[in-house]
Ligand binder design. Structure first.
Ligand code: 0GY
Length: 294
């Protein structure tokens, strides 16, 4: 394993856009601190500590009220860092866990009590060693009431994953819209395939997140201010406004170059959700339904 990496901006700017009161950052993570919550032996990157104090400081700086903390792959199936952050949030955070599919009902109930409302299946080969679909289906069928499944995949395996995802009977939340090539534009092949997938059920949600990953100079994009992302994603948000979530993705796992300014990420919000009504759905109403329904 190489040196520990810092993947976040040290002094993010203050956004020009002000989120509405109660806005939720519905995709972010914590790393460690390692002394309390060691990283997994199977971690594909080893980050510097980015614990709850830093996350909550950023939340306040950016003008958000709450966080949904998604267990990052570097912590494997040990959810203690995520649970610890939720416990320290004074009710202002909930989370998504990554579990061993053999997890017991009692352990799932403990996660629920700790603020977890979903589990994540990660299909990115650069992040995880294996993604056993049969075991994932088994655990997805016995989740606590009201939970959902978050799935992270790249556009080139959407079709291959369709039978697997169709077999999951709880709501699905797709990270970063399944990573479309935003340079293709709003009517490109990747967006068309993703829309067809959304149209197949009415309980598939998605995160309009990560312009920094999807429009990166390193990948042939234009970089900040991520115009191709805004152009490709705004129609999707408008057409599926009751199913969209938004998040910073802080502390931007695994980004070792083109680290985004979080203030600039927040300024993407009015570009993909131009009206107050759309912003309210994306930042408040939709995440409340998935994470604070009770
Ligand atoms: C993200 C994206 C990435 C990493 C992880 O769990 C993770 O390590 O999700 C990535 O490298 O694309 O959503 O945080």
């Amino acid at each position: 394993m190489t040196d520990r990496i810092t993947s976040w901006h040290s002094h993010p700017s203050k956004p020009r856009y002000t989120p509405p009161p109660g806005a939720i950052d519905a995709h972010c993570h914590v790393f460690g601190p390692m002394a309390l919550h060691p990283f997994s032996a199977k971690a594909k990157y080893l980050p510097e500590d980015a614990g709850p104090d830093m996350l909550f400081g950023l939340r306040d700086h950016l003008g958000f009220a709450k966080n949904v903390i998604v267990q990052a792959s570097c912590h494997g199936t040990d959810n203690s860092a995520t649970l610890d952050a939720i416990a320290k949030s004074n009710g202002k955070a909930r989370g998504v866990a990554v579990v061993d599919p053999a997890i017991s009902e009692a352990e799932l109930a403990t996660l629920h009590d700790g603020g977890i409302r979903g589990i994540r299946f990660n299909f990115l080969k650069r992040l995880v060693d294996d993604a056993p679909k049969d075991k994932f289906l088994e655990v997805a069928a016995r989740l606590p009431k009201g939970w959902h499944v978050v799935i992270y995949f790249e556009a080139d395996i959407l079709e291959e994953l369709r039978p697997f995802m169709d077999a999951i009977r709880v709501p699905l939340v797709i990270d970063h819209m399944g990573r479309p090539d935003v340079r293709q534009g709003p009517d490109g092949a990747d967006m068309k395939a993703f829309r067809a997938f959304l149209d197949s059920r009415d309980d598939i949600w998605f995160k309009a997140t990560c312009p920094d990953r999807l429009d990166a100079i390193n990948d042939g994009g234009a970089g900040d201010p991520w115009d191709a992302f805004a152009n490709a994603v705004a129609p999707l948000v408008s057409d599926y406004q009751d199913r969209v979530l938004w998040g910073t993705d802080w502390p931007h796992p695994n980004m070792d170059s083109e680290i985004p300014d979080d203030g600039h990420l927040v300024d993407m919000i009015p570009r993909i959700a131009p009206t107050a009504a759309l912003q309210r759905k994306m930042l408040i109403d939709n995440p409340i339904k998935l994470y604070w329904a009770d």
